[in-house]
Design a protein around this ligand. Sequence first.
Ligand SMILES: [Zn+2]
Length: 473
Amino acid sequence: MAKIDWKAEVEKRKDSLLSDLQGLLQISSVLDEREATKEAPFGKEVKKALDYMLALGTRDQFQTKNTGNVAGHLEMGKGKGLIGILGHVDVVPAGDGWSVAPFSGVVKDGRIYARGAIDDKGPTIAAYYGMRIVKELGLPLEKRVRLIIGTDEESDWRCVDHYFKVEEMPEMGFAPDADFPIIIAEKGIADFDLVQDTKDETRGQAPVTLVSFMSGLRYNMVPDHAKAILDIKEGNTEIIQMFEDFLDSQDLNGKYYVDSGYSIMELHGISAHGSEPDKGKNAGLLLANFLSTLELDPRGQEYVKAAVEFFFGDSHGRALGVAYQDDLSGELTINVGKLSYNEHEGGLFGLTMRYPVTFPIDEGMETIQRSSAKSGFRVGHYSNSNPHHVPEDSPLIQTLKAVYEEQTGQTAELLAIGGGTYARSLGSGVAFGALFPGRPDVAHQKDEYMELDDLWQATAIYAQAIYELAKKG
Ligand SMILES: [Zn+2]
């Protein structure tokens, strides 16, 4: 058979690809639980986006299926084996500050702009056109190929949870919902609280009582703001000066003021994703570190001391006894995403621990239980998502690697990350695109876009990958 020019095949279909993508981008498919119905469990617009994809499939003569109104698929080919491609058509809210209308899909300077352009409508349509090209060329396939459409990726993954409960799990596949080249290892994700166990005590005679402490709302973000409310006994005004000196010496933004007789301290840090805590500046830990130098009431003291002892300057779990790394996926990290305390209930730390593929998680959690108990804490609210890894020498990785290298002329580096991608819901699947190396990550940002050249190239890569994975041996 003659060699297929995948780029030329994409070239022939550019106009219809672009107009199908624009149609999808013009649906503001943001989760809206308030208008949830049985027919549209995540809201009307999200359902509209799912229906839109299924209608494309019907138009182009794919087998389509709506799975419980939360997911669906478009399928081609015959055979026992099944190759799965997993994308999603829900998006995060647009937010403010856009220079174009966020649900327009306008093309400007070689880019297509819209919420969802790169995450994940653009890549999903690229994968769809990849399938279409293979289908229209009438190439002989040995396996079926199925594009699975999720509609709750940005929130709770209720789409894939339901879908894979009732539908067939593909034998292998990829999710075009992250970065090129290929992400073969994703760390495990353990989210849990460390809860202060000390009983309530009457307020001591300490010069300062920690009334409350608040920082951060989400496990997977480094908090960029912290606030402490203190009851400072008269005659301890030097504390104010100490706080200001502390801010100066650390080059931090913050403020001190009095409200209803209480002293308030606020401090700003730098936010970052919870899988890379060292890229941010944790406002909560910085403020706790300052408070640990004061003479606080016993329980408040215990709380801020624990914050410093367990986490300050240590994002690798050394103090908790769980520092670990492996060659596949790097070092364990812990992010303190939530710090909260009040004088009546005590405090807690909300943590996300990203652990390497070979880390023994059950033992690790026991170790954390033991080391935190010494300081009056216990583990609460534990949830775990196991690490995800596909071996480098598997046919899936070898095929995707060869296709990527042929299409781009670049080496397909195999990546390991601390975040979780959609690929982990596929039994044997990896994240494969569509953000190319060196491109800024504009997912979830204002003025989200995808470069048109990247859109065409991703489509050619997906087309060839689909063919190579499904073709007659
Ligand atoms: Zn996504």
